[in-house]
Design a protein around this ligand. Structure first.
Ligand SMILES: Nc1ncnc2c1ncn2[C@@H]1O[C@H](COP(=O)(O)OP(=O)(O)OP(=O)(O)O)[C@@H](O)[C@H]1O
Ligand code: SF4
Ligand SMILES: [Mg+2]
Length: 318
């Protein structure tokens, strides 16, 4: 059984139907990468899995299982225990997750004290051990410093240390390396990989970088306008993309070492999600669109190359 399995996830904010029936599964010890253009609903999906959506958002699920438990039945008190202890999240900007008036060590220790039975002294020592494990040199001294005294790379490591401090079984990382330079990025990714391998952590990784996807993910889900349009084993999806949107995204997204100036955006703009979309949301931008695409949503199909995709090109003719 998957560590996390979500079926038919919908998120509405006001009149906008922003996430429109997402299915996701994260396995123990593996990384699932979630990619898609800006505004496709990746962060909303991630926040919903931590029950951290803005209060005016409306959430609906077909199924939502985590470690065998039905998460739809939890109240806020139960959720507070789940966050940090069982599912943790690393937000894109490390500064937003840290308190500027407390030292890094105090902040990590506080999370540990809040969620475990460790004493303050034990928690402080665990914080230092974690910082060391995350490659911070001279961790006892760094633990006594405030966020403004640390570099971006160190802050991101501190945030990851805080997220994994209570040994969660799943980590959601929303663009954890976007703000970092390439060397630090590679180090942070290696640490996340180590946590998956050694601790069996299930990782949901949101990124804009296909180089990162290739290096990290076993599975890949491609999101467009609030739906997963293609998913499957990462190597297969990237080598034989089945959905025209995946191909367009691949052409537009940077790979490791690729110069950004050479990249082309995807022509056109994503649809207005305050209106109902009866067919394929990519149709107005798709070079292969047919009449039926605008009228009817294709079914999700498991195709011969092993991935699932939602596109009329893969429907068998009657
Ligand atoms: N609090 C909010 N209130 C209203 N609309 C929101 C809110 N948060 C997000 N949205 C809208 O929901 C859509 C999806 O947003 P989301 O942040 O999930 O996108 P994303 O895929 O994470 O994009 P990016 O790659 O830029 O981070 C966007 O159109 C956004 O404007
Ligand atoms: S369903 Fe039609 S419009 Fe949508 S991606 Fe496939 S071919 Fe293009
Ligand atoms: Mg986002």
């Amino acid at each position: 059984m998957s560590l996390l399995s979500v079926r038919d996830l919908h998120i509405h904010i006001g009149d906008n139907h922003l996430v429109r029936g997402v299915d996701l599964a994260v396995e123990r010890g593996e990384c699932l990468a979630l990619v898609g253009e800006s505004g496709s609903g990746k962060s909303l999906t991630a926040l919903s899995l931590m029950q951290l959506l803005p209060s005016h958002a409306r959430l609906e699920h077909g199924e939502w299982l985590f470690d065998g438990q039905d998460m739809r039945s939890l109240d806020e008190k139960a959720w507070r225990k789940v966050r940090a202890r069982r599912i943790a999240m690393v937000f894109q900007n490390p500064m937003t997750a840290l308190n500027p008036t407390m030292t890094i060590g105090q902040q990590i220790a506080e999370v540990i004290c809040l969620h475990t039975s460790m004493s303050r002294r034990e928690a402080r020592q665990r914080a230092i051990d974690l910082l060391e494990r995350l490659g911070i040199v001279n961790a006892p001294r760094r633990a006594k410093q405030y966020p403004f005294e640390l570099s971006g790379g160190m802050l991101q490591r501190a945030v990851i240390a805080m997220a994994v401090a209570c040994g969660p079984s799943m980590l959601i990382a929303d663009e954890p390396t976007t703000a970092l330079d390439v060397t630090v990025q590679a180090e942070v990714l290696a640490l996340l990989q180590e946590l998956c391998r050694d601790e069996g952590l299930g990782l949901l990784l949101i990124t804009h970088d296909l180089g990162v996807v290739e290096a990290m993910a076993k599975h890949l889900a491609v999101m467009y306008a609030g739906r997963i349009v293609e998913s499957g084993e990462c190597a297969r999806v990237l080598s034989q993309p089945a959905h025209p949107y995946t191909r367009a995204l691949q052409a537009a997204m940077p790979s490791l070492g690729e110069a950004r100036e050479s990249l082309q955006g995807i022509a056109g703009t994503p649809p207005d999600l305050s209106r109902q979309i009866p067919g394929c949301a990519f149709a107005p931008r798709c070079p292969q669109a047919m009449n039926i695409c605008v009228r009817e949503l294709p079914q999700t199909r498991l195709i011969e190359t092993g991935q699932c995709t939602e596109c009329w090109l893969w429907e068998k003719p009657e």
